[in-house]
Ligand binder design. Structure first.
Ligand SMILES: [Mn+2]
Length: 331
């Protein structure tokens, strides 16, 4: 899949410019259970539209509007409950959602909005919305959002920059993943140049964890299993975190977001698999590959999506059922 063409960029910019009236109703939506890129690209873009004089900018996502504390960022005053989202906005922009399912009940705005624009970077995005900018070569949706803000003439201020930086640093694994291109570092340089506190942001997002979470991680990792024969002999490491684990250590579910990074460093396994229980027979499943397997194929086959090296899906049944399904698709 290729990057958007110049015509697609021009059409998207023209569509947004058409909504740059003070009375225009703009609705920005990111995916359910938003991560740093979903929230950061949406709230950064929302602040950019405010700078351009749009007074009615709503930002939301499906479900309760609770944002994990490490992801608190500027622009959160733009967040409104899903139920208050305008039923037929002049402009709808979606962020980091690879499919309409990730927008929950807000997906109906794709039909009711005068103009809809999809900003994303997932290769599995099959295309929805009247207009879309989906760049599978972009390290984060924030890269796409920043380029559009540049085209619109938005000046990066510290509020916008902190949001886009959080998006960039989370989706690139602190500038470690393969899509960390020179352009990513150039954008990061412009963001840092606004005066944001890189050290404080990194400590807050990556290096701060309650003691209960430290012990919880230790337990889950202590039960991890390694299967060198799986994934065509390239190896699979599997860890399972249950609701009971969270309850015993008094931790919220989002605390498990970072756990996959401790699982995927296993040298003997190309593929890392983490099951996070969300209900008795439901699991949020994360998959990572070091390059030998395309885990987005596995995730898509099981109803999810993502990238070649990082993907996920919702699994049903027992943990053993879900693990068996993944093994079956890994070959
Ligand atoms: Mn993303």
């Amino acid at each position: 899949m290729t990057s958007p063409s110049e015509q697609e960029w021009a059409a998207a910019a023209a569509a947004v410019r058409g909504a740059l009236r003070p009375d225009a109703q703009v609705l920005l939506v990111c995916h359910v259970n938003p991560d740093g890129d979903a929230l950061g690209s949406m709230l950064g873009f929302g602040q950019g539209l405010r700078q351009l004089g749009v007074e009615r900018v709503q930002c939301t996502f499906p479900g309760p509007q609770t944002v994990p504390e490490p992801l608190h960022m500027p622009g959160m005053e733009l967040l409104i409950p899903e139920a208050q989202a305008h039923p037929a906005p002049d402009l709808l922009v979606t962020f980091d959602a690879a499919s309409t399912g990730r927008l929950g009940g807000l997906a109906d705005r794709l039909d009711t909005a005068v103009v809809s624009l999809v900003l994303d970077h997932h290769a599995s995005n099959a295309g929805f919305g009247k207009l879309s900018l989906v760049d599978p070569n972009a390290a984060a949706t924030a890269v796409v959002a920043a380029r559009l803000l540049d085209r619109l003439g938005v000046k990066l201020d510290t509020g916008i920059a902190e949001c886009l930086y959080i998006a960039l640093v989370t989706d690139t694994g602190s500038f470690k993943f393969d899509l960390t291109t020179p352009e990513v570092h150039e954008l990061a340089a412009r963001l840092v140049a606004t005066g944001i506190s890189v050290g404080e942001i990194s400590r807050r997002i990556f290096d701060t964890r309650p003691f209960g979470a430290v012990r919880l991680f230790g337990e889950v990792l202590g039960r991890a299993s390694l299967d060198p024969a799986a994934a065509g002999g390239r190896g699979l490491v599997t860890a399972v975190a249950t609701l009971d684990d969270l309850r015993r250590h008094n931790q919220p579910p989002y605390i498990l977001e970072a756990l996959i990074d401790s699982v995927r460093c296993t040298a003997e396994a190309d593929v890392a698999l983490l099951l996070k229980q969300v209900a008795p027979d439901e699991w949020a499943v994360s998959l990572r590959s070091k390059g030998g397997s395309d885990v987005s194929e596995v995730a898509v086959a099981l109803g999810g999506g993502g990238h070649r090296l990082a993907a996920g899906f919702t699994g049903h049944g027992s943990a053993e059922d879900v693990i068996a399904a993944v093994r079956g698709h890994l070959g």
